[in-house]
Ligand binder design. Structure first.
Ligand code: NAP
Length: 356
């Protein structure tokens, strides 16, 4: 459903909630600065957030874990005086679900807000997923349960502290477990882009069947699909520690033990450059337009850290690619899908996948 005041930015319903999210959600992981993304000036965050709102991209995605809370704090500063026009998503770490209310209140305090539009569990609750967030022996020995976590989330909604409940990185079996609690869950947020298509197999169809929206993260594969790099050697270790790359590229930060598909991925980017040039758009814009053509996609998450990239990325939301262009991109990215497979966890191999 389009929003008349911003004809350039489509809005989509989020699950069964009354919330409308913009087709592009502003990814706030880099906000606040930190080791993963490097320095980030608050003045750039302010400019990005205000321009995004002006252009109709009113949805913002953060998490308590991003830069140890600094992402939430930075987004809150930028949204001061603009709260009513924004849709704010934050996430609780699975290790913190023994006391969901306490962590929600801490997020709200950092954001300087009295409610969240969407609050989601950042990862499913299983041993490997929790170990990624904490080394606390007590929590690891007696992890929270999904039933308890979602009952607490439902209570927060009842109390008016959150408007909708979500999941992030949940597989089909894990989604079924959540649905069995009877709590209304409106969204699942997972990695989705031209070279990360695992969710197409089971997760996206299951979401469509159950009126759960999908928000796709890493729309530009952390810059790779924006044509930011000419060769894999140029990619910084943090952005190269996923299964897309051979493990050594992570320089000690990767743990998947796989050979990756970097040769095939860079061949895809070369083809995308040609297609984008023929359409007179940027390569990243083509990558975004391809995502937004997928019927299960409520919103694509893209990290934009300055005004030029934000404007370029938002402009992509009005690009409508033809069916044959979409099919061609599906075809040229198939070799990458064949190598990386249907494991939606892009950081752990299939045997250790946290998503199932
Ligand atoms: N739920 C989850 O588990 C999960 C996981 C990952 C991400 N996320 C969310 O998804 C958001 C987006 O993912 P992401 O930030 O990891 O990756 P991304 O959006 O795929 O890539 C972001 C990076 O790509 C580069 N870029 C963006 N637009 C560009 C353009 N027009 N031209 C050239 N380069 C461009 C920028 O790099 P530089 O600015 O550094 O140049 C930017 O930081 C995150 O911020 C976060 O909110 C969620």
């Amino acid at each position: 459903m389009s929003n008349n005041s911003h004809p350039q930015m489509k809005k989509n319903k989020l699950g069964k909630s009354g919330i409308q999210v913009s087709a592009m959600t502003v990814g706030c992981w880099a906000f606040g600065g930190g080791e993963y993304w490097g320095k980030q000036d608050q003045s750039d965050v302010d400019a990005v957030v205000h321009t995004a709102l002006d252009l109709g991209a009113n949805t913002f995605d953060t998490a308590e874990v991003y830069n140890n809370g600094e992402s939430e704090r930075s987004l809150g500063v930028a949204l001061k005086g603009h709260r009513a026009g924004a849709v704010v998503i934050s996430k609780i770490s699975p290790s913190n679900c023994h006391d969901v209310r306490k962590h929600c209140l801490a997020s709200l305090q950092r954001l300087g807000m009295d409610y969240l539009d969407v609050y989601m569990l950042h990862w499913p609750i299983n041993k490997l997923a929790i170990e990624h967030f904490t080394a606390d022996k007590t929590t690891l020995a007696a992890p929270p349960t999904i039933e308890s976590a979602y009952a607490q989330l439902a209570a927060l909604k009842e109390e008016g502290l959150i408007r909708a409940i979500g999941m992030s990185n949940f597989g089909r079996k894990q989604m079924a477990e959540v649905l069995a609690t009877g709590v209304q869950v409106d969204v699942n947020e997972l990695t989705y882009n031209i070279v990360s298509r695992a969710i197409e197999a089971e997760i996206a169809p299951y979401c469509l069947e159950n009126q759960i929206s999908v928000i796709g993260s890493m729309g530009l594969q952390q810059g790779v699909l924006a044509g930011k790099y000419k060769t894999p050697e140029e990619v910084r270790p943090h952005q190269a520690h996923s299964r897309h790359f051979p493990e050594f590229r992570g320089q000690g930060t990767a743990r998947h033990g796989e050979a990756g598909a970097e040769k095939e991925i860079f061949a895809v980017v070369d083809r995308l450059r040609e297609i984008a040039a023929s359409l007179h758009i940027g390569v990243g814009q083509l990558a975004i337009a391809w995502i937004l053509k997928k019927p299960f996609m409520a919103s694509t998450l893209v990290g934009s850290r300055n005004i030029p990239t934000l404007k370029e990325n938002i402009a992509a939301c009005t690009v409508e690619i033809a069916d044959d262009v979409e099919a061609l991109i599906d075809e040229i990215s198939q070799p990458v899908l064949d190598i990386l497979g249907n494991n939606p966890d892009y950081y752990e191999n299939t045997a250790k996948s946290r998503i199932f």
